[in-house]
Design a protein around this ligand. Sequence first.
Ligand SMILES: NC(=O)c1ccc[n+]([C@@H]2O[C@H](COP(=O)([O-])OP(=O)(O)OC[C@H]3O[C@@H](n4cnc5c(N)ncnc54)[C@H](O)[C@@H]3O)[C@@H](O)[C@H]2O)c1
Length: 431
Amino acid sequence: MSRLDKTPNRTSRKTTRRSFIARTAASAGLAATTLPHKVSARVLGANDRIGFGMIGCGGEGNALMGLVKQLRDAGTKVEIVAVCDIYRPRLSKAAKLHAAKAYDDHRELLADANVDAVGIATPDHIHGGQVINAVRAGKHVYCEKPVTHWRQFELTKQMAAEVRKSGCVFQLGTQYMSDSAWHQARKLIAEGLIGKPLHAECGFFRIGDWGERGMPIDDANAQPGPDLNWEAFLGDAPKRPFDVSRFFRWRMYEDYSGGPVTDLYPHAITQAIYMLGVTFPSLATAIGGKMRYEEREVPDTFHMLVDYPEKVALTMVGTQGSDHACAPARPPSRAPIIRGWEGTLTFEGEEIVFTPGPGNKTHPAKRIRIERPFDHVRHMANFLECCRTGQPPYCPVDLAYHVQTALQMATLAMRAGKTAKFDRAQEAIVI
Ligand SMILES: NC(=O)c1ccc[n+]([C@@H]2O[C@H](COP(=O)([O-])OP(=O)(O)OC[C@H]3O[C@@H](n4cnc5c(N)ncnc54)[C@H](O)[C@@H]3O)[C@@H](O)[C@H]2O)c1
């Protein structure tokens, strides 16, 4: 049996403005573990081999290494040269599988001159500090979603600034952004097909995933020590004694995860925010809770409303308690519906469908063929290509930052039972 902590009442962990500022200050104080030096990214020519380092060798880290290997086998000049994990059994397995150098501290991997680009697939609350360290060391970054944890707004802001300043390539691991539907639709919207955009309706529904009840525990007797660095796992999260369930099943705990809002919704609202071309919200509010999986801390159901200053709203509803998507699906769940003054865009099968509004005499109804569906391998290939060309990848850092701001505002609003506002002048969340 796993040792799950007693689930705290949601309101008992209410985030007040004071506690939020205190916590974000603590997260900004990652300085103790960040690298001070700045190194420029190595300029990669078309024929240079990209040395890839993987930080975090759990489920997704192994999946990303599989993509890199697939590309390498198909002729891309890339090699997995180094791997890092703070849990020795996973580290040793990955190092052996890829004949790569093993590091138990990501800062040592970043100091390896053979590493040009890194993948980051550690738990959510660890990403931000590792991204900062990576770009300071001159490494290009493919970072898993969510880009940071829900309580780390200041860190997210700092990370975006550091990536911009570094000139390194940054791709967020929202692989559904490799679907050309969103890129084609963004262009159609910018050209005025739907008139002034008004509303994006998004949804994410699924059930039965292992993350909902708990991820597998590799070793029920695991203990901190030379083979498991509990301090490094905790990062800036509250200091707690070692708990085997927290370590292996971190997704169930609010110190390290946020539930569907941060775990799954980056896969659904990134497309909408990108198509609309909006950045920081003006307001966000949300409701949610545990409607099916009582054994965890984080909600399984979360519904959010976001307003943008461009007079466009985004609604995102979803649950991990049912997988009925109730609108045309497009991986990973329900495709967004984009409404404008002059018409609506939906995504059906291989087509973008334009339905004109009743008074629209300019643009008749039409269906536009989607050039390419989503492809996880292409998302990684796009990252590697951008490391050579310097072009912006499918999901660059500012898009990741803007998406995460909306998700963080909604999470804080839900926890406080309030509406979160965004202060543009201060670039700060106010709740
Ligand atoms: N894009 C996708 O579809 C997708 C799918 C699954 C997971 N993810 C994301 O990938 C990330 C990892 O998820 P997962 O399911 O692989 O989790 P996991 O627990 O299987 O793997 C995380 C690994 O990170 C290691 N780790 C923890 N702290 C570390 C540190 N400070 N330095 C180095 N290693 C550390 C752990 O030991 C573990 O092996 C999460 O952010 C998750 O949201 C994305």
